[in-house]
Design a protein around this ligand. Structure first.
Ligand SMILES: [Zn+2]
Length: 173
């Protein structure tokens, strides 16, 4: 039944979808990628929050990029130490370091998602990273130090929100 879910999903030759136990499926590299290389395109169109699926990517307080069919990038799992970042402006997942063939492609969901808990999309992370955040709820819930740690990876929306937080008087943070 799980494999049924994959029917019709178009995957670039450079990538493949593999079963990944409790995570369901993973998207893995089918060749080596170099630091800075484009790994996967983000397909979809703008939809309102009410019409978005759990795989949608947030781009403003009310809008998401989403597809109403499954695409390869829907299988990119979260990691607290990801090997790609999502560049929303050019709609690409870009390698943050060299990625070996067979390695799972990951990105940090909290570099785009402000409040996953509000949509019931929060989850317990088992990425195994030294920096694992445990409960993945949304960027808004992260301690300031963690928000700042991932600042270089943030979407324009979350970067703007972080800059607003940084402008607050220190005692309010
Ligand atoms: Zn984690």
């Amino acid at each position: 039944m799980q494999t049924e879910r994959l029917r019709g999903v178009v995957v670039p030759k450079t990538l493949k979808i593999v079963p990944a136990g409790s995570k369901g499926f993973s998207l893995v590299a089918n060749r080596k990628f170099r630091l800075g290389e484009k790994v996967c395109f983000l397909a979809g169109e703008l939809v309102d929050a009410a019409h978005s699926t759990p795989e949608a990517v947030q781009i403003s307080d009310t809008q998401f990029i989403d597809t109403n069919y499954l695409v390869a990038e829907d299988f990119i799992n979260h990691s607290c130490s990801p090997n790609t970042r999502l560049d929303i402006e050019c709609r690409q997942f870009t390698a943050l370091r060299d990625i070996s063939r067979g390695e799972e492609i990951t990105y940090h969901y909290l570099t785009t998602e402000w409040d996953m808990e509000a949509w019931g999309a929060d989850f317990r992370c088992a990425c195994g990273s030294l920096h694992c955040l445990g409960h993945i709820r949304g960027f808004k819930y992260l301690p300031l130090a963690e928000k700042l740690r991932i600042k270089p990876l943030l979407s324009p929306l979350l970067r703007g929100k972080l800059e607003e937080i940084e402008r607050l008087p220190q005692e309010k943070i």
